[in-house]
Write a protein that binds this ligand. Structure first.
Ligand code: KIV
Length: 273
């Protein structure tokens, strides 16, 4: 756990609510390791999400399904150690909460106890109400996640935009209100029409963070490897790339290889006498 820094005002779930209330947008990015989390926190990010997208980005899996609770705790522990200011939220991975509410509570408690994180995120609405309520009553802040929920990819069959049809949109609005009633401190909406996201953000009082959900929500989240241009193949419409680290890193590594092969590195000044 990071050392207490009384000079830095830590972000809390209460502050996120205040940000929504005064119309200040919330910035959120994923983080999975100490070095990146340190950079993002120092840059002033509000929320770091130890997303189960670590399964794709860090472990090279096709989906988020294979990542385990132990893996998530490993990533979360590294991120928490790096952070002075940001709120750290951790995804409860697939298979660690869908069984029953006791299992869900056990998983949430392990994440909080072993990593020192500040809250958990779970995918789903009414289906997981009991688990959410039980975790909240243990004093663990919970963030909901509706719309495209990648843990259900084999049910959806595709990563396309969700809730375009009226029936699915109505269920999403119902679920968003339910999550608020249960006591969730916030909500992620992934890949849904921006008009629907706008409606949700105005009809619930808790902060709504979007990814591919348009501008009319209370904040935005992106996968950090995507927005920094480390990943290349993933090019959804909602993704804005703020750097081309793929190019920067490839050029730097090629240069290093060239220097090693040509005996240019190391020089005498880079060696010990
Ligand atoms: O795991 C993740 O990265 C997420 C974001 C896409 C919100 O859940």
């Amino acid at each position: 756990m990071s050392v207490h820094r009384p000079d830095i005002k830590k972000i809390t779930t209460h502050q996120l609510q205040e940000m929504k209330n005064r119309g200040e947008k919330i910035s959120m990015l994923t983080a999975y390791d100490y070095s990146m989390a340190r950079l993002l926190d120092a840059a002033g990010i509000d929320v770091l999400l130890v997303g189960d997208s670590a399964s794709n980005v860090m472990a090279g899996n096709e989906t988020t399904l294979p990542i385990t609770l132990d893996h998530m705790i490993y990533h979360a522990t590294s991120v928490v150690k790096a952070v002075d200011r940001a709120l750290v939220i951790v995804d409860i991975p697939f298979g660690s909460y869908q069984g029953n509410s006791s299992e869900a509570l056990r998983s949430a408690i392990r994440i909080m106890k072993e990593s020192g994180a500040h809250g958990v995120k779970m995918e789903g609405g009414s289906e997981i109400k009991e688990s959410i309520t039980r975790i909240l009553s243990a004093g663990v802040p919970v963030m909901g996640h509706l719309g495209l929920t990648p843990q259900s990819i084999y049910k959806f069959g595709t990563y396309t935009v969700r809730a375009r049809e009226e029936e699915e949109a109505a269920k999403l609005i119902h679920d968003a209100k339910l999550l608020e009633e249960c006591g969730c401190f916030g909500l992620v909406l992934e890949k849904i029409p921006s008009g629907l996201a706008k409606r949700v953000a105005s009809e619930v009082n808790i902060p709504v963070i979007g990814i591919g959900a348009g501008p009319h929500v209370d904040g935005q989240v992106l996968v950090v490897h995507d927005m920094l241009g480390i990943t290349q193949e993933f090019k959804p419409r909602f993704l804005r790339r703020y750097a081309d680290l793929h190019k920067t890193i490839t050029e730097a590594v090629s240069h290093y290889i060239e220097d090693v092969k040509s005996h240019d590195f190391p020089k005498d000044t880079e060696s010990y006498k």
